[in-house]
Design a protein around this ligand. Structure first.
Ligand code: NDP
Ligand code: OXD
Length: 321
C-alpha cells in the first residue's frame, strides 16, 4: 500500500539537531513509508501526510495540501504557535520519559549547584583558598517550580525526595504528593514569597512572555538562607526580561542565575551573560530530544492514528501549549 510520506524539517543548526541523524532514525522506524528530508529532497507536496519538525520557517508547513498531523520534535511549541499560516491539523508535542528525565537531571544539577555553594567553591579553588562555609540541609531551602506539567511536576517530585521544601505554580489547580501547589495569578505572589530557588519550566505563550522580570524577582523570599534568591530558567528565553536579570544580579535582588535559554539563540558573543560571575550558562541543552526515542514515539502515534486511535499530547491552540 502506498502510505503518505513523512516530511522532516529540522532547522536546529547544532550538532544535537543533526538533520541527517533524524533522517536515519525515521528511515528505520518508518521503513514502509517515504521519509523526506527537506529542503533537499525532490518531492510532490501532495504526498506529504505527516510532518516532523523543529523550528520550520514560517509558512513552510502551509505548502502541504494533504497534511494530517504535525509532530513537533520538542516539548515547546512556541515557534509553531507564532506561525499564522500553520495548517489547522492536530499538532503533537513531545512528552516522553526520556526527555522528562533529562530535564529533571538539569534541574537537580543546578538546584544542587546553588544549594551546595558551587560557584563559591569553584572560585575558592581558583584562588587556592581553604574556607568552607556553613552547610545547610536541603530542608532549609524552598524551591519553587513555575510550570507543573510533564517536566515541572517530575522535577518537583525528585527535588522533594532530595529533601528540599518544594512548591509549584501552574495555570489550573494541581495536586501532587509532597508539593505545595499554587495556581493562577492570584496565587503567584504567595508562591514567590516562600521561594529561595525559582525554577522556570513554563511554556512561552502570550500570558507568560517576560513573566521573569524585576517585579517578580522582587517578590521572592527576601531572607533567603542563600543570601539572595536564585533563578533557574530552562523554559524559553522569551519568558525572561534579560536586562532585568542583569540589573537584579548586579543590585543583589537575585544572588545567581542558571540560564539555558535566551531571547536570541545562539546567544550573541557580546551578551553580558557569557562572562557574568553570577551566571551559570548552558546552550539550550537542558534536555535534548533524542532521535532514537522521539522517532519511535512519532512512528507509534502515526500507527495508532492510522488505525483509528487517538493522538497523544495534542497541543490546545487556544492555550498555546
Ligand atoms: P506542559 O505543557 O506539560 O506544562 C506546562 C505547565 O505550565 C503546566 O503546568 C501549565 O499549567 C503551566 N502554565 C502554562 N501557562 C501558564 C500560565 N499562564 N500561568 C501559570 N502556569 C502556566 O509542558 P512541559 O512541562 O512538557 O514543558 C514546559 C516547557 O519546557 C516547554 O514548553 C519548553 O518551552 C520547555 N522545554 C525546554 C527544554 C530545554 O532544553 N531547555 C526542553 C524541553 C522543554 P496547567 O498545569 O494548568 O496546564
Ligand atoms: C523542547 C526544547 O522544547 O528542546 O523540547 O527546547
Amino acid at each position: 500500500m502506498n502510505k503518505g510520506a513523512l516530511a522532516l524539517l529540522v532547522h536546529g543548526g547544532t550538532e544535537n539537531w543533526s538533520p541527517q541523524r533524524w533522517k536515519d532514525r525515521f528511515d528505520q522506524v518508518c521503513s514502509d513509508r517515504r521519509v523526506l528530508l527537506l529542503p533537499d529532497a525532490a518531492f510532490d507536496p501532495a504526498e506529504i501526510h505527516y510532518a516532523a519538525v523543529w523550528k520550520p520557517a514560517q509558512g513552510e508547513l502551509a505548502a502541504f495540501p494533504n497534511l494530517r498531523v504535525i509532530f513537533n520534535l520538542g516539548a515547546g511549541v512556541d515557534a509553531l504557535m507564532a506561525d499564522s499560516t500553520l495548517p489547522k491539523v492536530p499538532l503533537v508535542r513531545v512528552a516522553v520519559d526520556d526527555l522528562t528525565v533529562r530535564m529533571t537531571e538539569y534541574v537537580v544539577l543546578h538546584v544542587l549547584m546553588h544549594h551546595r555553594q558551587e560557584l563559591y567553591l569553584r572560585a575558592s579553588q581558583r584562588e587556592k583558598r581553604w574556607a568552607p562555609k556553613f552547610q545547610r540541609p536541603a530542608s532549609a531551602i524552598s524551591v519553587g517550580v513555575m510550570g507543573l506539567g510533564t517536566l515541572g511536576s517530575n522535577a518537583a517530585q525528585v527535588l522533594g525526595r532530595l529533601g528540599f521544601r518544594v512548591s509549584g505554580w501552574s495555570r489550573s489547580a494541581r495536586q501532587i504528593d509532597g508539593i505545595e501547589c499554587f495556581h493562577g495569578n492570584a496565587q503567584l505572589e504567595p508562591f514567590l514569597r516562600r521561594t529561595d530557588i525559582l525554577v522556570c519550566l513554563l511554556p512561552l505563550t502570550p500570558d507568560t512572555r517576560h513573566i521573569l522580570n524585576r517585579e517578580l524577582f522582587a517578590k521572592l523570599h527576601r531572607n533567603s538562607p542563600l543570601g539572595a534568591p536564585v533563578l533557574v530558567n530552562a523554559g524559553r528565553g522569551g519568558l525572561q526580561n534579560e536586562a532585568d536579570i542583569l540589573a537584579c544580579l548586579d543590585d543583589g535582588t537575585l544572588g545567581a542565575a542558571s540560564l539555558d535559554v535566551y531571547e536570541t539563540e545562539p546567544l550573541p558573543a557580546d551578551s553580558p551573560f557569557w562572562a557574568h560571575p553570577k551566571v551559570v550558562l548552558t546552550p539550550h541543552n537542558a534536555a535534548d530530544t533524542d532521535p532514537d526515542e522521539i522517532s519511535k514515539y512519532v512512528a507509534r502515534q502515526i500507527e495508532r492514528f492510522e488505525a483509528g486511535g487517538t493522538l497523544e499530547n495534542v497541543v490546545d491552540p487556544a492555550r498555546g501549549y
